[in-house]
Design a protein. Structure first.
Length: 82
């Protein structure tokens, strides 16, 4: 899973993201709409994990843990580039 600062939209406007992607424009979908689109027409899908979008994890993952992972990954990347 990428760190937040590795995502193309991190600290960028919709217009900037569109330019980077070579798109005319960027439209974001709400999480409830995504859930509805994925489960519509399938009565067996009652729920699924959306933690990568909502930051609500089933396990004890919190913002501090994710920040620590980002630091570790960044340090490892720096070592690889040397």
């Amino acid at each position: 899973m990428p760190a937040a600062n590795e995502l193309v939209a991190f600290n960028r406007t919709e217009q900037e993201v569109g330019e980077i992607l070579g798109a005319d424009r960027v439209i974001y979908q709400s999480l409830p709409d995504l859930i509805n689109a994925c489960s519509d027409g399938n009565k067996y899908i009652t729920q699924f994990d959306t933690s990568c979008f909502s930051n609500e994890y089933v396990t004890a993952i919190d913002a501090d843990y994710l920040q620590q992972l980002e630091v570790i990954r960044s340090d490892k990347a720096k070592l690889k580039s040397q």
